[in-house]
Ligand binder design. Sequence first.
Ligand SMILES: Cc1cc2nc3c(=O)[nH]c(=O)nc-3n(C[C@H](O)[C@H](O)[C@H](O)COP(=O)(O)OP(=O)(O)OC[C@H]3O[C@@H](n4cnc5c(N)ncnc54)[C@H](O)[C@@H]3O)c2cc1C
Length: 418
Amino acid sequence: MVMASSDPPILIIGAGVLGLSTAWHLTERGARVLVIDRERIADGASCGNAGLICFGHPPLTRPGVSIQGLKWMFDKRSPLYIKPRLDGELLRWMWSFHRHCNKRHFDRCMDVLCALGGLSAKCFDEMFDATSIDCDWRREGWDDVCMFESTLDHAEAEAAHLEPFGYRAKRIDGETLRAESQAWKPGIAGAIRYEDSATMNPGAFTAGLARELVARGVELRSGCTVADFLRDGDGVTGVRLDTGEEIAAPHTVLTAGVWSDALARSLNLRIPMQPARGYHRDLGGLAHVPRLGCVLNETFIAVTPFHDTLRLAGTLEIAGFNAPWLKDRLSHLTDACGRYLEGVDTAEVTSEWAGYRPCTPDGLPAIGGVSSHPGLFVATGHAMMGMTLGPGSGKLLAEEILGERPSYASPMLSPLRF
Ligand SMILES: Cc1cc2nc3c(=O)[nH]c(=O)nc-3n(C[C@H](O)[C@H](O)[C@H](O)COP(=O)(O)OP(=O)(O)OC[C@H]3O[C@@H](n4cnc5c(N)ncnc54)[C@H](O)[C@@H]3O)c2cc1C
């Protein structure tokens, strides 16, 4: 598709990693793009997350997770916490989530997520080749660190699931970990190293990507809250802001993270998602930090070293929007890490943050055009894998918008599947 310079630009709602990645791929193909966000650019979930780029990461819908989640329901310090409440929306989401937590669905998800992960890996390489984004990008893998031999054995068995997809993982013992960094306390059993993955400072990545887009002619506007879609019959022809301003566009892209569902509802389109809040606590002034980003297996907490900061991130709290922060969960980040790492309990806290993962009940994102509403395209629902899968998802969407043959397609990603 060739756009004349007088045509209005393609409009993207939401400047998180999904919106910015889609803008990148559209711009690379010569399209004109306007990205709008109600907040500052690149300030949502995409800026404060753990920054682990885990290609081939399994979905949240794993066999047994829903039952475990129910057991954890009343424990505010558990890795997955669902605030008990009578909410029809939440109950429907939980029932659907439960129905998807089985081996057959898990295997089907892995096919999709591994393909999308492979595509994203190539996109990251291309982006870093073409730009000078400075975000502590390290393509050296991440470690699934286990305190106990039994969990290490289990983690090794899980890693074997990825081998058929061409992702490499190797077992390393506790001594090797400690030889790499004195940050690790004695007594840790070891780790599974996912060698093909990467880590980065996500806020620096999205800010850098936004700068690169501006340099390539993309217009970024903050402080623009979309209230509604402009319609021509069933077709979507742009948006109306809460100020009443109308922005017409040949294609409208909905990448508003977990808020996408609320916007889609005005079109009678449902992308059911729960906002799964997670926290980070950044620490400064540590004498030693792990060599690579990692997840502390028994706690589900991610630990990522940036150049002068150690980020602890995690917990998955389904409590609706705008519930007060659970301070217990923030201090749990430090307490749990203190069992593995030297110095974290006394380190200076330099920042605390919370953000919402957009979680669909089937564990997969929604990516693609909405055939019931020509002109509308969606990329959302990436849950805990948005940074990892963002660039690949943006490529698929850009290809579809511009009528190119898609690099990958699966009906399991359809925004109309719910
Ligand atoms: C604690 C934590 C740790 C995580 N760790 C990782 C990790 O290690 N690796 C990984 O791959 N993923 C991780 N994630 C997940 C990842 O952060 C998300 O999947 C991803 O950021 C979602 O990106 P997004 O672009 O869909 O949404 P967002 O980044 O939330 O962007 C959506 C944007 O839409 C805007 N918006 C919303 N409504 C409107 C409106 N009406 N009008 C205009 N703009 C609007 C918002 O202001 C926001 O800027 C983590 C998440 C959390 C919370």
